[in-house]
Every structure is written in C-alpha cells, then in structure tokens.
Design a protein around this ligand. Structure first.
Ligand code: MOS
Length: 767
C-alpha cells in the first residue's frame, strides 16, 4: 500500500488498493478446500445419467473394492437427513431447493447425485465414482415449459413465496384498448449458469459433536442454520468459515445439497472430508437462471407517455418448487404508468430448481422493458433518452412513495455527454465504417435497496492497531478493503493499522452477501461500532486525571493517526496506545448494529438477504429506495459473418456514497461484462432427448473474454442519501448488469435494423 494511503486522511471514497490483493496473487488466500486439515479424505459424487425415472438397482461392490475407498454412500445406506430441506423456510432459512438427493431412488433431473464416494485421495474417489453400477427405469423427461406433456399453471407466489404470482394496478386491458400506440413483443433468453471461477466446495471437520465447515458460501450464518436443521443438531454446534470466495453471483447465496451430504460423509468415515463440485457438476448441483419467455405489451399516447404495461412470463421450474425470477418487480417501478399487470406461468420439468443469478428478475425484466421502450421510441420517432424522460417516475409508481434519492436524469445526461450520443443518426443502418455497420444503443439501470440488518465489532489494541469484525463474506468484490477504509476513518487510524475480519459464524452476524446489501449495511454496522469505540476512548481520556485531555468536552476532541487531541490545540493529546497502556488495558472494544431503512415495495425484502433478521420499520414506510444508472453502447456488426463487437461502453450510475473509487469501478465493469455475456454469449444448451446439458464446461459455455470487451468508461453521479442507512451507501453489486442486454440489443437494431428479442444474440440470429 502506498505511503499516501497509510496516513490518516479520509480514505473513504479513495481508490485504495485491495488489502487482500497480495494474499490473492501469492496464493495465500485460502478457499474452501485449501485449508490444511489433518487426516483429510476426499469425496466425489456419482450422478444420474437419466433425467427422469427411478433407480432399480445400485451396485457399489466394485467401487467399494477399489483402492483407497472408505465409503460409498447411496440412498440405500446413507444416514438420512433429520429434516428435508425447505427452499425457503420460516425465519428466512434458505436451502436452494426443497429436495435432497440420496434420500430415495426417484430421479428428477440429470446430474442428480446418486452416490457419494469417499476415498483417501481425490483420484481414488474419482475413479471409484465411475465404478458405481446403476440400473434405472427411465421415463421420457420434460425439459421446456413448452414441451407437450408439460402443464402450465399460475403459481400463487414465486421465489420462495416472497413475490405474488400476479400483481395489478389500475385497469391495463382497458387502457391498452383506448390507447393509440402499442408495442407487443415477446422476449426470450436461454438458460444461464453462474460459473464463478471457484466451484462450490466444502471441507467438513467433526470435532466431537461440533462441525466446522470451510464452505464456499455467500452467507455463513444462513449455511450454519440450514445445515444444523438438516442434520438435526443445534445451531451453535456448527461453525462456518468462508474467508475467501472465488465469485458467487447468487449460486452460493442459498445452500445446495452437497454441503450437508459432505458433513454426513465426514461423520460416516470419521475423518475430515473435502468435496469440490467439478465444473460439470456445478451445472446440475446448484440452480441456474431459468430459460424464459416474456410477453410485453406497452401502450402509450401519441406523445409517448405510457398508459399501460402488461407483462406475462412463462418459465420452467422443478418438480418440487415454484421458482421464477421476479421480473415484474422492476417493470412495475421503472416508469410512470398508471396501469400495470405482471403474471407468471410455470411448468414442472426435469430440472433442479433455478435460483438467484446476478440481478435476478431485474436483468431479464429490464431486457424486455428497455428493449420495448426502444421499440416504442422508434414507433413514435422519439429519441430513446427523450421517451425515457417523458416517462420518468418522479415517485415510485408501484406504491406512490417518494424516492429516498434518485439521480437517473443526471445519469442519462452525463452518459450521453461522455458517449457522444448527440452524434447519433437515429435512422437504423445509417452509420458504417466500410462494410461494418455501427450502432448506438442505450438503456436504463436500477436496483432496489433491500432491507437487511448487520452487526460489527471494533477493537483497538494497546499497540495502537485495530481489528474490526463482521460475519459478512467477500465474494471478491472488495468487502475487506471498503470495511477497512470505513473502520480506519471512523477510528482515526491509518488504513494499514486496521485489520478487518469476516466470514466466520463466531463473528457478529451479518446478512448473506446477496441482493447488493453488503456494502451498505455492513459498512453502517462498522461505522456504528467504530463510533461507539471512539466515544468510549474519548470519555476514558477526558475522565482520566493523567491524560492531557482530562476535563475536555467530547466535542472538543478529534482523532487522527491514532492520536486523540484537542481540535483547537493539536499539540495537546495522546495516542490510543498511551491511553490504553497507562490504564493497563489490553484493548478497548465496542459493537455496532445497523439496518437499512428498508426499501422497496416487496414486503419481506430480497429472500437472499432475509437472514438473519428482518429490518425494522423506519424510513421504508415513507421512501422507496433504489439505485439508478444508464448504459450507452456502441456495436460494430459484420453482417456477412453475423459478428457483433461491443466497441465502446459508457456506464454512469448513482449508488449513493461510493466507498472506494477503484473497487466500485471494477464492480461496474464486472457487472457490465456479465451483462454483455448475457446479451451475446451465455447459453446452456439442452439435449431434450435425454434432458441433459450438452455444454457444461467453460470450453463450450461461452463467457466474454478480454477480446470481447472494449475499454469501458465508468462514472458515478455523486449522491447523498440520508434514508438508506447510516453510511448513505446504496450498493452497486448488481445494478451494472441491469439493462445491459437491452443496450446491446438496441445498438444492434440501430446498426442493422434487425430487432433481436432472443438472448444470447449469436451470429446465426443476425444472418
Ligand atoms: Mo444474489 S443474485 O448473489 O444478489
């Protein structure tokens, strides 16, 4: 870390280097299966090759006889779970789905775990897993919502019961009939898989009746609660440690079966067990983003004001859960529109339950809405920014509440300026460079601030250094760094004197890192803890006759570089170290609690962030809380090859206070790249005959690579929000993905005159 960063100044907002950067590049950062554990053995799943049917016979003899094998667990011999998972149980407990494999012989999806082989080495376990001999009674699987034999139904609620199956305001059908202008279009997207660099993994260690899990999870507290429940043991007998995560994107936001099964295997063999999903197994061992069809109807006046929005989504779900991303939520609040309806239709198929994937609901919902707005703009001959301004929601149309803050217009204006939007000739196919067609597209972005609660603890030691802790996780986004900055500034210490610890259920409880809640609510808890510690130190000094600050008033004191002093006379003061040492104290400590003011119309908040407790009332009853932004995209399209290149990108976002200019910029770039993957590359293909994915590997599941991504321009609109939380931070983990696919599709339309409504936009769709 540079000299400048190590002096006390306000570090918040500055582009401080990652405090864990060195550990990561030197391999010192430990991930779930990298902890040195004595006597550890390895577990590997054998999985079902059929997607529907029943195991009629499973012969484990040759697997058991293979070298090094300690156990082969199947539904016939595995100690059963004390309690089956519930996708979303009361109190916010979250397994990923309400089904666990290895409990009975039924097969509901291809890749379902059918045996867990434990052996001395990974290679022995992998080999023995291939020797498990299975016979099935096979049935023809259903895989798409449109398959003949699939029955569509309207669920009462989706996403674990958090979102109603149908929401309606006003009378949209009547408004559509009475409106002069209409856009009706159907938008679709392929199945997508998260594919974090680190696949989900567990190391399970029993010490007597205490279980320690080194786990790749976005939420240690939720994993602790879910595993304890499934194993039928008290919660305080389970400790979960997640010091580093190699990405999550939602697939580690809930708990999938491998974690509890690994713990059971460790108990059976009486040895610590490591279990890492193979890349291929990650496609079927946790959820995915569902393939989906969205029918969108927009009606408007001749001057482009929306009169009604009707949105109908159809998607497949598993045989055991009613899961759909809640696309309608964002469509409900984005534009001023008096009449609205969203509804969901599901069909049960032979797939596991789909799940949260970065901007779940917002990403696909805004692909449809922001493509539709572009279509409407063309129909009316309006500029795409102008039509959005005409429909700007001055209050939240879903509940008539004021916004806690909203800087969307500034995002449009600044983005347009940075991009050079005014140079755009609105005519499709009007801009070219030789045989390459050039197009400009834009779209809006938004993401809600979900309610969440967090705690933190701060300590300053007699040597003057500090340790601050909270049981949050860092998916790789910079949590360690931003919390260190917030703690340093609020304790009056240089950044390099503060160590931030996270990812352990023994630390003060924080929510699952999901729904973009972490930066705001955890930093607010850190702020509260540090302020409390500061108040303690201050009052100790002014009451201590031996202190140079004796008798001063708290408000006369400041703390910088670990030294408490009088604002009016900087020479009069002493350091934390002097104060503590003189008083014979090893440390001084304080805790802090924080919560979001609670945002958005959803009653229970984002289910991923529902744990550990729901937030209190407060400002949420008065204000709707959202971050907003705008994307601008230039594409270059080679029509002969159908090839699309994103050649320029501008993202301008307003996310409340920005804690670190560098990690925030990286988050926005990462989100936009994830969105470009969704727009142009990512699709998990299904062989419907067998109900099996055919490209479950990173060779054939395409994600953007460096060559696909141009230099990106990222800016933030400064924004002060007094309502969201103590730090005024909205969270930017997901917003940068929202609207990206529409900006790309809109640019492709502008370049080529072809409106592609099916993601990913691969070359075949442009030929
Ligand atoms: Mo969740 S999709 O990790 O916010």
């Amino acid at each position: 870390m540079s000299q400048q960063q190590s002096t006390t100044a306000n570090s918040i907002g500055k582009p401080v280097d990652r405090v864990d950067g060195r550990l990561k590049v030197t391999g010192g950062a430990r991930y779930a299966t990298e902890y040195p554990v004595e006597r550890v053995v390895h577990a590997v799943f054998a999985t079902s090759r059929i997607a529907r049917g029943r195991i009629t016979r499973i012969n484990t003899r040759s697997a058991l006889d293979a070298p090094g094998v300690l156990a082969v667990l199947t539904h016939e011999n595995i100690p059963k779970l004390a309690r089956r998972p519930e996708a979303f149980a009361e109190g916010g407990l979250q397994a990923g789905m309400s089904f666990s494999p290895l409990q009975d012989p039924e097969i509901f999806y291809a890749g379902q775990h059918i045996a867990l082989v434990v052996a001395e080495t990974l290679e022995q376990a992998e080999h023995a897993a291939t020797l498990v001999d299975v016979s099935y009674r096979e049935e023809k699987p259903l895989v798409h919502a449109t398959d003949s034999g699939a029955r569509l139904y309207e669920p009462k609620a989706i996403m674990g019961g958090g979102v109603p199956g149908r929401t309606r305001r006003g009378n949209p059908q009547q408004a559509i009939a009475a409106s002069p202008v209409r856009v009706e279009a159907t938008y679709t997207n392929s199945t997508c898989h998260h594919n974090p660099m680190e696949p989900s993994a567990t190391t399970a260690v029993w010490n007597g009746d205490v279980l320690t899990l080194y786990e790749s999870t976005q939420g240690v507290t939720n994993t602790q609660a879910v595993v304890a429940r499934q194993l039928g043991i008290p919660r305080d007998k389970v400790r979960v440690i997640t010091n580093f995560l190699g990405g999550g994107f939602g697939c580690k936001g809930t708990n999938w079966p491998h974690t509890s099964l690994c713990a059971i295997a460790a108990r059976v063999v009486n040895r610590p067990v490591k279990l890492a999903l193979s890349r291929q197994q990650t496609f079927t061992s946790h959820g995915h983003r569902e393939e989906q069809t969205q029918k969108l109807t927009l009606s408007a006046t001749r001057d482009g004001r929306l009169t009604a929005i009707v949105h109908e989504k159809t998607s497949p779900t598993s045989f055991f859960d009613d899961w759909a991303e809640p696309n309608g939520n964002v469509i409900n609040m984005m534009y001023a529109c008096p009449n609205f309806e969203t509804s969901y239709k599901l069909a049960r198929v032979n797939l596991m339950t789909s799940t949260f994937m970065r901007a779940p609901g917002e990403a696909p919902g805004m692909f449809a809405l922001e493509s539709g707005m572009d279509e409407l703009a063309y129909k009316l001959g309006l500029d795409p920014i102008e039509i959005r301004l005409r429909n700007h929601a001055d209050v939240d149309p879903s509940n008539e509440q004021q916004w806690s803050s909203k800087s969307l217009k500034q995002c449009y204006a600044r983005g347009a300026e940075l991009f050079g939007w005014s140079k755009r000739n609105s005519q499709p196919r009007s801009m070219r460079d030789g045989h390459i067609l050039i197009g400009y597209g834009m779209a809006s972005a938004t993401y809600p601030i979900y309610p969440a609660k967090s705690s933190a603890r701060a300590q300053v030691f007699a040597n003057g250094s500090a340790r601050v802790q909270s049981g949050t996780t860092d998916m790789g986004v910079g949590t360690y760094t931003i919390m260190t900055q917030v703690a340093a500034d609020n304790l009056g210490l240089p950044v390099n004197q503060v160590r931030f610890e996270l990812g352990d259920t023994t630390l003060p409880t924080a929510p699952t890192s999901g729904g973009s809640v972490g930066a705001g609510v955890v930093s607010s808890a850190v702020y509260m803890a540090c302020q409390a510690l500061r108040a303690k130190a201050t009052s100790m000094a002014i009451q201590d006759k031996s202190s140079p600050l004796f008798g001063a008033k708290p408000e006369q004191l400041a703390i910088e570089n670990g030294r408490l002093f009088l604002r009016d006379n900087r020479d009069q003061g002493e350091t934390y170290a002097q104060l503590l040492t003189r008083n014979g104290l090893a440390d001084i400590a304080a805790t802090g609690d924080a919560q979001y003011g609670e945002g958005y119309s959803s009653e229970v908040g984002h289910p991923e962030s529902r744990e550990p407790q729901q937030g209190g009332g407060g400002d949420r009853t008065k204000y709707s809380m959202h971050a907003f932004g705008a994307h601008f995209c230039e594409v270059r399209v080679d029509e002969t090859l159908g090839q699309v290149r994103v050649s320029r990108w501008v993202g301008v976002h307003a996310g409340g206070r920005i804690l670190n200019a560098k990690t925030a910029r990286s988050q926005i770039i990462g989100g936009a790249v994830y969105g470009i993957g969704y727009a142009l590359h990512e699709a998990t293909h299904m062989d419907a005959r067998y109900g099996r994915y055919v490209n479950s590997n990173l060779g054939e599941y395409h994600v953007p690579v460096n060559a696909d991504i141009p230099d990106m321009t990222v800016e933030f609109v400064p924004e002060e929000d007094r309502h969201v939380n103590a730090m005024g931070v909205k969270g930017i983990g997901e917003i940068a993905m929202v609207g990206v696919a529409a900006a790309v599709a809109n640019a492709i339309y502008h370049a080529t005159g072809k409106r592609i409504r099916d993601l990913p936009i691969t070359p075949d769709k442009l030929l």
